[in-house]
Write a protein of this length. Structure first.
Length: 115
């Protein structure tokens, strides 16, 4: 579950390292696959994004478990987000690590693996 003021790790190669959620679009908390608005807290010097800028993001990992219809659960050790533009296309060209099946297909295709 991602709430306002939650600090998330950015797992794409857009240049951001950490981002803070300041708006959840649907409801009071976001789950995997939901859209949120984030502010970049730290970034590398020559990246595509800069510190302090606002971006939309898709939640791709949460510490809380994801329950599936088959009965299995998937959880991660960190909360993570992928930054997207207005057309909901990823800003980066690569996603580091695994992403669950609940994430949209255009994000999943850039990931190293799907769980």
């Amino acid at each position: 579950m991602i709430y306002k003021e939650t600090v998330l790790k950015v797992i794409d190669n857009s240049g951001a390292k950490e981002a803070k959620c300041f708006c959840v679009y649907i409801g009071s908390c976001a789950k995997v696959g939901d859209k949120i608005m984030v502010s970049v807290q730290s970034a590398i010097p020559r990246g595509k994004v800069k510190k302090g800028e606002k971006y939309k993001g898709i939640v791709v990992r949460t510490k809380s478990a994801i329950r599936r219809k088959r009965g299995d659960q998937v959880s991660f050790s960190e909360n993570a987000v992928v930054l997207v533009n207005e057309k909901m296309e990823p800003i980066g060209t690569r996603i580091v690590g695994l992403v669950p099946r609940e994430v949209p297909q255009n994000i999943r295709s850039l990931a190293g693996g799907v769980c």
